[in-house]
Every structure is written in structure tokens, then in C-alpha cells.
Design a protein around this ligand. Structure first.
Ligand SMILES: Nc1ncnc2c1ncn2[C@@H]1O[C@H](COP(=O)(O)OP(=O)(O)O)[C@@H](O)[C@H]1O
Ligand SMILES: [Mg+2]
Length: 203
């Protein structure tokens, strides 16, 4: 459906070259500070994120396109990452297409804060965060915003796992972490501290 060139090209001014989809209210999933997330109208394994009308420029989408190309070249594992799959045009504007994270029973996975609110214990969450940290340390992905509502927990049949759904890009002005694995790991370690503290305050 999304050819490589269409999927990963920059959104143009007109978007005429992009496939068009109607995003209706029944497809609404959730929203963050800047974007609204819908189920893809013709593929329920994907979601589409569009900028809220009050925002104008979608720098995040441009970054996502750039880093998706990079991750493809580096053959980055999507075990803990909802992969970026392309760009579409819609009645709500240009949309970024991502893998929609679903639990083993088909439900759309909920954010980590919702998972904790539903009763997950600290030791259950620790297993999930340990696995995520191991992935982040061994996978060359960039993180701009590691936050409790930018990750979801995919509930499996045997075990659950955290999947990053937002912010897997480098938004630094000087992109040292794109070139130095040491800097990348240091940055992740810093973000990790804050992430773990934000989990602790949930208890
Ligand atoms: N790939 C996905 N799978 C499941 N739910 C998602 C996915 N992407 C986003 N969501 C839901 O949509 C919300 C907003 O998405 P997000 O990308 O964080 O928006 P924003 O850019 O505004 O922060 C998330 O908190 C989550 O509940
Ligand atoms: Mg977010």
C-alpha cells in the first residue's frame, strides 16, 4: 500500500502525491499534546497521527520520516518500537502512519500510566522496564521524549512488553548522538533516570 518512495518521502505543500483517507470520529483512538491518533481506515494493524488544528508545522513528522529511513538502513528491531510506516493525506491534514500496537487479545494497547493505574505492581513493571532498557542500550534508536504516555504496554499471552509509540527521534540541535554510540547511550541513561522517577511517583 505504501511504496517505499511514497511512504518515506517528505510531505509536500500540496500532498497531491499522497494517498487520501477519510478519518472519521469512529476511528479515534487517543490524543497527546500535539497530535490525534486514529485507526487507519483500511488497515486495522496501523494508526494515523494528525496534528491538532491549533498547531501549524509538523516538525515531528519530518523527523519521523528521517529516522524511519535511518532505522530501515540500520535494520533496527521493532520489538519495542511502533514502526513508522509512511505518510498519508486526510481530511484532518497530513498523517504519519505507524504500527498500531495491540494486545494478544486484539485490544489496542494502553499507555504505561494506564497499565499502572489498572493495578500492575512495581515488580511487574520492573521486569518490563528492564527489558526495555536492554533493548535501548543495544538498538541504535534515538529518543527525544521518553515518557510514561509515550509508551504502551502490549499485553501478551505469557508476558507483557513495553512498546515506544512516540519520540523515537533525535530532536537535538547538535545531533552528536546520531554519530556517537557513547553519547547516545549517555543520553538514554539520563532520560532513563527521569523515566523511572516518573514511574515511581505513580505508586
Ligand atoms: N502506535 C500506537 N499504538 C497504540 N496507541 C497509540 C499509538 N500511537 C499513539 N497511540 C495513542 O495515542 C496517544 C497520543 O499519541 P502520541 O504519538 O503520543 O501523540 P503526541 O505526539 O501528541 O504526544 C498515545 O498516548 C496513545 O494512547
Ligand atoms: Mg506523545
Amino acid at each position: 500500500m505504501y511504496t517505499q518512495s511514497t511512504a518515506l518521502s517528505k510531505p509536500s505543500q500540496t500532498n497531491a502525491h499522497l494517498p487520501f483517507f477519510e478519518l472519521t470520529d469512529d476511528l479515534y483512538i487517543a490524543q497527546g499534546n500535539r497530535r490525534v491518533c486514529y485507526m487507519h481506515p483500511t488497515d486495522n494493524t496501523l494508526c494515523v497521527k494528525v496534528l491538532k488544528p491549533i498547531f501549524k508545522s509538523d516538525k515531528q513528522l519530518a523527523r519521523e520520516i528521517k529516522y524511519a529511513k535511518r532505522y530501515q538502513q540500520l535494520k533496527v528491531s521493532e520489538k519495542h518500537l511502533a514502526g513508522f510506516k509512511g505518510v498519508i493525506h486526510s481530511n484532518k491534514g497530513t498523517g504519519g502512519v505507524f504500527t498500531l500496537v495491540r494486545d494478544a487479545n486484539g485490544d489496542i494497547s494502553r499507555t504505561l500510566d494506564a497499565y499502572i493505574a489498572q493495578g500492575a505492581t512495581q515488580s511487574q513493571v520492573k521486569i518490563l522496564t528492564d527489558n526495555l532498557k536492554d533493548y535501548l542500550m543495544h538498538t541504535p534508536i534515538q529518543l527525544s521524549d521518553l515518557a510514561i504516555d509515550n509508551v504502551v504496554v502490549r499485553r501478551g499471552l505469557e508476558h507483557d512488553e513495553i512498546v515506544i509509540i512516540d519520540g523515537a527521534v533525535n530532536s537535538d540541535f547538535f545531533k552528536l548522538c546520531d554519530y556517537s554510540e557513547t553519547f547516545r547511550k549517555k543520553k538514554i541513561a539520563r532520560k532513563w533516570q527521569r523515566f523511572m522517577s516518573s514511574i515511581e511517583v505513580q505508586y
